[in-house]
Design a protein around this ligand. Structure first.
Ligand code: TYD
Length: 213
């Protein structure tokens, strides 16, 4: 039940395009775990750590960022969160639930913006320092439906044109095919409770036996 990369906790990430319900589902999973007395850390990217929160504001609002600067700031934010927050929590044996992580950069900057995925993998590798999620849940939603669920446009990623979001979705699906043992792909059009059940069915076997029910 150890997250890959020398820890004793379990590391679960949620991924997907806009409007798939990642935040709700990651909160629901964290609640479910806490109710069972399992120590949890719920966090998100970009953010989750003081410096990373400052980078989040820059990344979401600053349209003068070049694609290269954007990629490196996402990586910087991830490096902070990983070493200051995620690793210590895993070392304490917590279950870490993270709303977006390294696969977001492959999907958005790689497939979405068309940046070199090998370069992105290298940046991720530095930021993650050998850590890999045990499970990554992809909440897959048709692009138009996902975007229609978003009621804000104060985020420059949401304002990207539909073909960008379609590439992101396609990218996620390709990534999930490359590592099927790590990914759980869930149809985000299903009722929330069914999505949560599918997630739990995959997470429970990673927990100590007494915590699985
Ligand atoms: P956020 O408000 O967290 O969006 P969401 O609710 O969709 O998770 O904003 C994060 C935005 O940043 C989101 O549009 C995806 C984008 N993003 C990247 O482009 N690359 C990344 O590596 C990460 C972590 C996020």
């Amino acid at each position: 039940m150890a997250a890959t990369g020398a820890t004793s906790g379990v590391f679960i990430t949620f991924e997907g395009g806009e409007g798939g319900g990642k935040s709700r589902q990651s909160r629901a999973l964290a609640r479910h775990l806490r109710r069972r007395g399992i120590p949890v850390l719920l966090t998100r990217e970009p953010g989750g750590e003081p410096l990373a929160i400052r980078l989040r504001r820059l990344l979401k609002g600053n349209s003068t960022l070049t694609p290269e600067a954007e990629l490196l700031l996402f990586a910087a934010s991830r490096a902070q969160l990983t070493s200051r927050i995620i690793r210590p929590a895993l070392a304490e044996g917590r279950v870490v639930v993270c709303d977006r992580y390294a696969d977001s950069t492959l999907a958005y900057q790689g497939y979405g913006r068309g940046m070199d995925t090998e370069a992105i993998r290298a940046a991720n590798c530095i930021a993650m320092g050998g850590l890999t999620p045990d499970i990554t849940v992809l909440l897959d939603v048709p692009t138009e439906v996902g975007l229609a669920r978003k009621h804000t446009d104060d985020d420059r990623f949401i304002r990207e044109p539909p073909p960008f979001h379609k590439r992101v979705r396609q990218g996620y699906l390709e990534l999930s095919h490359l590592e099927p043992q790590r990914w759980l792909v869930v149809d985000a059009l299903l009722p929330e409770k069914e999505v949560a059940r599918a997630v739990w069915a995959r997470v429970a076997p990673l927990l100590p036996k007494r915590d699985r029910l």
